[in-house]
Write a protein that binds this ligand. Structure first.
Ligand code: PGA
Length: 237
């Protein structure tokens, strides 16, 4: 069982993973791979279950698993995949149900939010802009050359800094063991989205982590918490 920081009495910040946590990106990933193969006259239908199982492992390994023998040069394939991804419109319903409304309510309640993802930075920005969600976040930190990928703490720490987050009152929300490791490395408590891609393994790793069935459950958990000792008025007589 992995160690995890305790959940604070009051939560003023949320640091989200992207794929599998807020967006159901496996559908779009498969559509792009199918289009790449169709250009070569290959009619393979990419399997979203394989994409989900490879989430967080790295793009080249994911493409090798999904494309099988058609992936002869993983480095070239991932470059082609990202180039195509950069110009493909994001389906408006790529976010999981209730995400857009939930993020709006959290922002209106004053919760400071950020993203830390292993997806390349330009694709994180594009997806969130296409979905009209970029403005919900004070920081969007994706993968970038020279930046160690999750589960190293770097993306999370960069996001926390850019958010101006109160680290002692910030909860990491993710869906895989990569997120569990990232949260632990950054010293944050973790919660899991039940619709996530690697949530069974993550739950086995941190059975004490809150598990949210949907955005409403996340909102209820965050917004209904009583103020903790750090927030109590110590001047009262
Ligand atoms: O695209 C990936 O490799 C994973 O992205 P995530 O960190 O947002 O789950």
């Amino acid at each position: 069982m992995a160690s995890a920081a305790p959940i604070p009495a009051e939560i003023t910040g949320l640091l989200f993973d992207l794929d599998g946590t807020l967006v159901n990106s496996s559908r779009l990933t498969c559509a792009i791979i199918d289009a790449m193969l169709a250009d070569r006259g290959i009619a393979v239908v990419a399997d979203p279950a394989v994409v989900r199982a490879m989430d967080g492992i790295g793009g080249e390994a994911m493409l090798a698993a999904v494309m099988g023998p058609h992936c002869t040069d993983p480095a070239a394939e991932i470059a082609a995949f990202r180039a195509r991804h950069a110009v493909v419109a994001t389906p408006p319903d790529l976010a999981f149900p209730g995400v857009a409304e939930g993020l709006a309510r959290l922002q209106a309640a004053g919760v400071v939010m950020g993203i830390c993802s292993n997806k390349p930075q330009p694709l994180c920005d594009k997806i969130l802009q296409d979905l009209g969600l970029a403005g919900r976040f004070r920081a969007i930190i994706g993968a970038s050359a020279g930046r160690p990928r999750k589960p190293a703490a770097h993306t999370a720490l960069l996001a926390l800094q850019a958010m101006g987050a109160d680290v002692q009152r910030t909860l990491y929300v993710g869906d895989t063991m990569v997120d569990v490791g990232t949260a632990a490395a950054a010293g944050l408590p973790i919660a899991l989205m039940a619709w996530g891609y690697g949530v069974d393994a993550a739950r086995a790793g941190v059975p004490q982590a809150p598990l949210f069935a949907d955005m409403q459950a996340l909102l209820d958990f965050v917004l209904s918490r009583p103020a903790g000792p750090l927030h109590q008025d110590t001047d009262s007589c």
